[in-house]
Write a protein that binds this ligand. Structure first.
Ligand code: C2O
Ligand code: CU
Length: 506
């Protein structure tokens, strides 16, 4: 391999230790982008309650929602304002409450200066509504000069997505998915919860109502004037690549937001609460723990995962959550003294990003909730029915400076796998680096993850976090719909830098 001095300078090789022989640039690590605005003191802002979206029309089998996606001004840091992009002007977007078996139609009107695409993450969705990265909703009057995908469904101004909710109850989320710009658009605010419920879950005595709280955790950075800071190459977010070369390993923020507020606090009664936790960060991983740790050392009872309730509750010392993963957790605040404060920490970081939020245990109260020993029915995973095994390697190309799957960059024109409808397959995935791998359409079970199933692998998953050099085997059935879908790394900068591929259910 021959690298000119110009290349080496361009890639900043001289500033980096070299990997192996020859002048080969290293894999780009995620980089911290520090805020220029002063960081607020922690635990001052009350945890925001996320607004619940109201349907504009309710028919026998469908709830119709109508969101305008537009710039808006948010108050995130004290004394400053922040321009965000939001669903109906909200960051996080309004929570959609859905019922299994009842359809949701979501009409999005694009009033941003750039195209949008919406993906319901974890949804079993027909391909035309899944938010394929080139299925753009253009802003009114916007034209694209080089449509790179002849199959793209381009709409002008608005589009109506239909979600059949023909799947089990789960904590889903929706977010932007535009090819090359997902990272920057989600960073500006395009993400929200979609909570799917069913009668089986309703009948369980789990904490509910005021004691069931969704927590969207993400990191962001801010300019001195309070605006969001992101290392954009094109400030208009139109010509790729979106981010500066130095940040293609991922962008880490230094402000931790929960439901859009920096390091918030929540007053709780000394009873059980259910938290649906989503890591909506571009790349940051969290290892959640409580401080103090209650007696017995197991602060969390995990009851659910990406794809809904587990078969049985799992007490956990800590919870490792990668981008796009969801964990459904019960915390019993009766384990703490009333009047005490309990911090939710991230043990993977130190300093300010090592803190997330604080619970203030205000008073005792009656608690009629319980965590049943059996939560739901989940088949024991068995590879026996899988007729096809496929291998996918997620790794960085030092030559092309892109993140690749099986050595290839994302190309809408190339089909990388064609599973048959209703076929069960095993996919073996291998990773060079940290990659949270996500498949659209299906939920899978983890057969093996770095040698055996990991402590956070039970239940149905749609995202699996691979550590550097790790491999995993996942098992799934391609149910629901025929058509074209993507799978990709959910480190959003990796995704935008091409770590995405196609499968077509045939
Ligand atoms: Cu959460 Cu393809 O995405
Ligand atoms: Cu990745």
């Amino acid at each position: 391999m021959n690298w000119s001095r110009r290349d080496l300078l361009k890639y900043g090789v001289f500033a980096m230790p070299l990997a192996g022989v020859g002048c080969i640039p290293r894999r780009p690590e995620a980089r911290l982008l520090s805020s220029l605005a002063p960081l607020p003191a922690p635990f001052q802002t009350p945890l925001p309650r996320l607004s619940v979206a109201r349907p504009i029309q309710i028919s026998a089998d469908t709830d119709l929602y109508d969101f305008t996606v537009r710039p808006a001004v948010a108050r995130i840091l004290p004394g400053l304002t922040t321009q965000i992009w939001g669903y109906d002007g909200n960051f996080p977007g309004p929570t959609i409450e859905a019922r299994c078996g009842r359809r949701v139609s979501l009409r999005l009107r694009n009033q941003l200066p750039v195209p949008i695409v919406n993906h319901l993450h974890g949804g079993r969705t027909p391909p035309e509504y899944d938010g394929y990265p080139t299925d753009l909703i253009l802003p009114p009057g916007f034209s694209i000069d080089h449509p790179h995908d002849p199959l793209a469904r381009i709409s002008a101004g608005e589009y109506e997505y239909m979600y059949s909710n023909d799947q089990r109850a789960a904590t889903l989320w929706y977010h932007d998915h535009r090819m090359d710009f997902t990272a920057a658009s989600v960073w500006r605010g395009l993400a929200g919860f979609y909570i799917l419920r069913d009668p089986d879950e309703d009948h369980l005595p789990l904490p509910r109502g005021e004691r069931e709280i969704a927590l969207l955790i993400c990191d962001r950075s801010f300019e001195a004037d309070g605006s969001l800071r992101y290392p954009l190459r094109d400030p208009k977010l139109v010509s790729p690549p979106a981010m500066l070369d130095d940040y293609m390993g991922g962008v880490l923020g230094d402000v931790i937001l929960v439901n859009g507020a920096p390091w918030p606090r929540l007053e709780v009664d000394a009873v059980r609460y259910r938290f649906r936790v989503l890591n909506a960060s571009n790349v940051r991983r969290y290892e959640l723990t409580l401080d103090p740790v209650p007696r017995g050392g197991l602060p969390f009872i995990q009851i659910g995962s990406d794809g809904g309730l587990l078969a049985a509750p799992v007490p956990q010392r800590n919870i490792r959550i990668a981008p796009a993963e969801r964990f459904d957790l019960v915390i019993d605040f009766a384990q703490f003294k009333t009047g005490s404060s309990v911090r939710l920490l991230n043990t993977l970081a130190s300093g300010r990003t090592g803190e997330i939020m604080r619970f203030d245990v205000t008073k005792s109260a009656p608690d009629d909730s319980a965590i049943p020993a059996k939560l739901s029915d989940i088949p024991i995973p068995s590879g026996d029915r899988a007729l096809i095994t496929r291998d996918f390697d997620f790794s960085f190309s030092r030559l092309s400076r892109e993140w690749l799957i099986n050595g290839k960059p994302f190309d809408p024109a190339r089909m990388d796998a064609q599973p048959k409808l209703n076929a069960t397959e095993i996919w073996r995935i291998q990773s060079d680096f940290s990659h949270p791998v996500h498949l659209h359409l299906v939920h899978f079970q983890i057969l093996e993850h770095g040698g055996r199933p990991g402590p956070f692998d039970s239940g149905w998953k749609d995202t699996i976090d691979l550590a550097p050099g790790e491999g995993a085997s996942i098992l799934m059935r391609f149910e629901g719909y025929r058509g074209r879908y993507v799978f990709h790394c959910h480190n959003l900068e990796h995704e935008d830098m091409r770590m995405m591929a196609n499968f077509e259910v045939i």
